[in-house]
Write a protein that binds this ligand. Structure first.
Ligand code: PEP
Ligand code: MN
Length: 263
């Protein structure tokens, strides 16, 4: 169902009034985690002003350590809904199990299945049955085939609104958080009709590599980007080292507009 031949053309996913996979580049931006009302609203206002169309923010954080900040849960979802109301941005948040999915369905416009849950087949089926637009991240060590099969689980439940996200994979290289597999973009666009976006933040783990990889992703034909932006990265509770300041995000947006116009 997700193959290119099954459709014959590329599909577009609609998240309320925002299209992903059309002719325009769609940028999703916001902090790794919702930390407070003030933090999220500040981020939302700034990314909107710079041209982002979708606001991101984690309320359920799948952290490596059980002692790290785990997210504000339902409180965080309420803050996302409020930020959406105020700015008009549509929202995406990660869900990690059935309970968080049920809650997220009430408050946000799109749900994210994170890299760690890409092969949580029960969760994929539940997300499929929900009908909600889904951002499906590539697993930490998943092949393209495994990633597309994960998408197939969602679509086979009747939910065609799937956007794929390349976010770097685990390799022997330890200088960066992950290794961005940019060839996945044109490759997957040849194999599947689903839109493909790139996450240069988790792919690199380093603030100064985000802009170059974002430009490269656009040049490679990505339908959009998801970028971590924090009003004060030094004080972020999660992923500060890879988060852009609102000023840097604003510059990035003008750079990628130039690249997009050239491809
Ligand atoms: C995230 O988007 O904050 C996240 C945890 O991403 P990933 O699942 O790609 O690690
Ligand atoms: Mn993050």
């Amino acid at each position: 169902l997700v193959s290119r031949e099954s459709k014959g053309k590329h599909s577009m996913v609609r998240v309320k009034n925002v299209n992903i996979g059309g002719n325009d580049l769609t940028v999703i931006a916001g902090p790794c985690a919702v930390e407070s009302r003030e933090q999220l609203l500040a981020a939302a206002r700034r990314v909107r002003r710079s041209g982002a169309r979708v606001l991101r923010g984690g309320a359920f954080k799948p952290r490596t350590s059980p002692y790290s900040f785990q997210g504000l849960e339902e409180e965080g979802l309420k803050i996302l809904a409020e930020a959406s109301e105020e700015t008009g941005l549509v929202t995406v948040t990660e869900i990690i199990d059935e309970a968080s999915l049920e809650l997220a369905l009430k408050y946000v416009d799109m749900v994210q299945v994170g890299a760690r849950n890409m092969q949580n087949f029960q969760l994929l089926r539940q997300v499929g049955r929900s009908g909600k637009p889904v951002l499906l991240k590539r697993g930490l060590s998943s092949t393209i085939e495994e990633w597309l099969m994960a998408a197939e689980y969602i679509v086979s439940e009747g939910n065609e609104n799937v956007v794929l996200c390349e976010r770097g994979i685990r390799t022997f290289e330890s200088a960066t958080r992950n290794t961005l597999d940019l060839s996945a973009v044109p490759l997957v666009k040849g194999l599947s009709h689903l839109p493909v976006i790139v996450d240069p933040s988790h792919a690199t783990g380093m603030q100064r590599l985000v802009a170059p990889m974002a430009r490269a992703a656009v040049a490679a034909g990505a339908d959009g980007l998801i970028v971590e932006v924090h009003p004060d990265p030094c004080r972020a509770l999660c992923d500060g080292p890879q988060s852009l300041t609102p000023e840097d995000f604003d510059s990035l947006m003008s750079e990628i507009r130039t690249v997009a116009a050239a491809v």
